[in-house]
Design a protein around this ligand. Structure first.
Ligand code: SAM
Length: 343
């Protein structure tokens, strides 16, 4: 086979990565997948363009690229191309489907993509890029993320959509049935709390988050189970509710080691002996040589937060420094993994 030195196939494919993302994101934002799902029949580019109010030429190129990516299918009849969705597009890319990743895509396209445009500065300065990207002060990350109600809801949509894919795996990575009172600190929309309620019928779960998030979660996200309750507060500044198990899903990766230790120590002090803490994060390999996606997530945390992705031993060290023992690590094989530690 030809080597990369003869012709840089792999490099050229990498260079194109952002364009591939934007093809899919644009189709999502324009409503292509929703229209094709609703129509139930193959449609010409002209009809799709007409329904969605776009140029015919632009839509035809977009649909052809989606066929190239094997996200749409095409057949020709009487000289016209008719496009239809694949099962994968219907399941994951259409807005209304049970496993829709639409909200993940909107956030990546409209917020993360512009932030990544300033990656060079993020690396030079070693800090997030809200100021350059959106003209916002960058000291309080969640004040920047929640700069308007619309932005807060978009972020909550992003958070919610991850657990459509990984929720069940992370809550069943360990048998948590002995923990009856569970508090999900920074539990956002309650998506993971609902997964916990489903997996552990004898447990009750409190979602603890900032007041504006709790209010929006109760207004916009229905909780399937009356064992899921909400409580507002600030886990850095105030008291946290007492519980047998504290869940921190994608919380530790947001913050510096110093802030994480302060939070973990507060949890340790509030927790009874035998109680625990469950960290849910995307784990780096111990030698940091992968997984590639987690290495890329870690750059993402640089450009949009204060933290980073860490290896199991880095989490274990923080847990031990906070007083926790019996640290167990479970890689789920999906995007997010789980670490359980006991007081
Ligand atoms: N745990 C959720 C998940 O994995 O989908 C959300 C993770 S999100 C990266 C971080 C969450 O922490 C947000 O819901 C945010 O509102 C919440 N949060 C940030 N600072 C907080 C604070 N000081 N007190 C309570 N919650 C906070």
């Amino acid at each position: 086979s030809q080597s990369e030195l003869d012709y840089p196939f792999k490099l050229l494919e990498y260079f194109n990565g952002f364009r591939v993302s934007k093809v899919i994101f644009s189709a999502c934002e324009l409503g292509v997948f929703d229209l094709l799902l609703k129509s139930q029949e193959a449609m010409s580019a002209q009809r799709v363009a007409q329904e969605l109010g776009t140029s015919v030429d632009g839509m035809e190129r977009l649909l052809d690229a989606l066929v190239g990516l094997e996200i749409l299918e095409v057949e020709r009849a009487e000289g016209t191309a008719f496009y239809s969705s694949t099962d994968v597009a219907n399941l994951y890319l259409a807005k209304g489907s049970a496993k829709s990743l639409h909200d993940m895509i909107v956030y990546r396209s409209q917020t993360i993509y512009p932030l990544w445009n300033n990656m060079v500065d993020a690396i030079r300065e070693g800090k997030n890029q809200y100021e350059k990207t959106f003209g916002l002060p960058s000291e309080d990350v969640f004040q920047a993320i929640y700069r308007s109600e619309e932005e807060m809801l978009k972020f909550m949509g992003l958070m919610n959509s991850s657990w459509v894919l990984d929720g069940h795996d992370v809550v069943t990575a360990f048998d948590l049935s002995r923990f009856q009172r569970i508090v999900d600190l920074g539990g956002c929309t309650g998506a993971l709390a609902n997964e916990l309620a489903r997996a552990y019928p004898a447990s009750s779960i409190t979602v603890f988050d900032l007041p504006e998030v709790v209010e929006a979660a109760q207004k916009h996200y229905s909780q399937e189970d009356n064992r899921v309750a909400f409580q507002s507060g600030d886990f850095f500044r105030g008291e946290i509710p007492s519980a047998d198990l504290y869940v921190l899903a994608r919380i530790v990766h947001d913050w510096s080691e110093e802030k994480c230790l302060a939070l973990l120590k507060k949890i340790y002090e509030t927790c009874q002996p035998g109680g625990g803490v469950l960290l849910v994060e995307a784990l780096l390999f111990e030698n940091k040589r992968g997984p590639l996606m987690v290495q890329i997530f870690s750059l993402n945390m640089l450009v949009e937060a204060e933290g980073k992705e860490r290896s199991p031993s880095e989490y274990t060290n923080m847990l031990n420094k906070s007083g926790f023992r019996d640290v167990q690590v479970c890689r789920t094989g999906k995007s997010y993994d789980a670490i359980l530690a006991i007081r």
